[in-house]
Design a binder for this molecule. Sequence first.
Ligand code: HEC
Length: 158
Amino acid sequence: MTPRVLSVAAIALWFVTIAVAVFFFVRGQTHVTPDGRTAVLLASDERNLVLTEMRGMLKTVQVVVDGLKVGDMKQVAQAARTSGMAAAADASPALMARLPLEFKQLGLGVHKRFDEIAAAADSGASREQLLASLSTQLSACVACHANYRLDAMTPAAK
Ligand code: HEC
């Protein structure tokens, strides 16, 4: 093999590697299930991490609604912030590769909106404005739940 052929082969291999990486970044590790949702296949500890984050967000919604009910905007801001972008930080690169692109976008959008709700509550937004943002937020929860589920890669993982 001449050096020229070798370098062309190396460059081609490099493109293939990039293409495979992009493919997995976009598609994640998924398959379509009989109930019509796309199952994201995760290791059991990754699934537990994501589900723990989910339960945290449900708690956030409860505390935010409670804050709105009693008019305690400090409570609203504090609760919303616990599910903001800072809460999204623990995802490992391996987990990120398994999540499809749309899932990542929806997930990051929800964390960002919690930060926006916190900032709005801090800067004197009305109860109606905050409820409107929370309603938009809940639509994103519903949209993702309609399309995705999380399956464990090993049967013993539940
Ligand atoms: C990016 C997609 C996505 C978004 C956005 C999302 N979820 Fe989830 N959530 C899921 C998936 C997938 C599951 C697992 C469902 C399954 O496997 O059947 C789940 C599960 C849950 C669970 C069950 C947790 C458990 O222990 O079983 C709760 C509670 C939950 N989500 C709350 C929320 C709330 C509240 C929001 C919005 C503030 C939200 N989720 C936004 C994808 C999402």
